[in-house]
Design a protein around this ligand. Sequence first.
Ligand SMILES: [Zn+2]
Ligand SMILES: [Zn+2]
Length: 214
Amino acid sequence: MSLSVTVIPVTPFQQNCTLLVCEATRRAALVDPGGEPDVLMAALTRAGVTLERVLLTHGHVDHIGAVPALRRRFPVPVEGPHREDAFWIEAVADQARHFGLEDSEPFEPDRWLVHGDTVQVGEETLQVLHCPGHTPGHVVFFHEPGRLALVGDVLFRGSVGRTDFPRGNHGDLIASIRERLLPLGDDVTFIPGHGPRSTFGDERITNPFIGPHP
Ligand SMILES: [Zn+2]
Ligand SMILES: [Zn+2]
């Protein structure tokens, strides 16, 4: 595996912004830069990497809040989430006010993602899985060679994403987990949007929200 991973929790929600670095090229992506842009820029400098793109799992403010500030500093493309989350991004300023977070502003991603797309970090390729339920346009990034998934707020260790927001759907969420995530393999480690990492195998057996699964 030549993709290195550093988790940088940001915002009062301790959202797991993740720095992905292609070791061969030292090119990097930030996944879900939800806030604290100065902290994220310092992490890039400290790592000595070149930011190549920003990847977004979904449109909630704690996952996208620092995008405008990063974009002013680095003219890199923003990829994701799925277009179904456009309404969340348009409402980002209201979301920030509602939760008492730093100001943010709406933006248009350079590329909306769909199921089956791939995204690039240097020479490394990640698969895009559309996993609606927490939000309708939520996507997951899967690095097959590294057996690593970045699942945003779809799945957590011992829990699953909230579905009580506008256009959330619990049935869709469980279907996303069962039909799109668990089949990737028990050995896959995932980094959730909040809290500690786990594996799909551990969750398949112990997560009370997923239910029995063959
Ligand atoms: Zn969320
Ligand atoms: Zn979140």
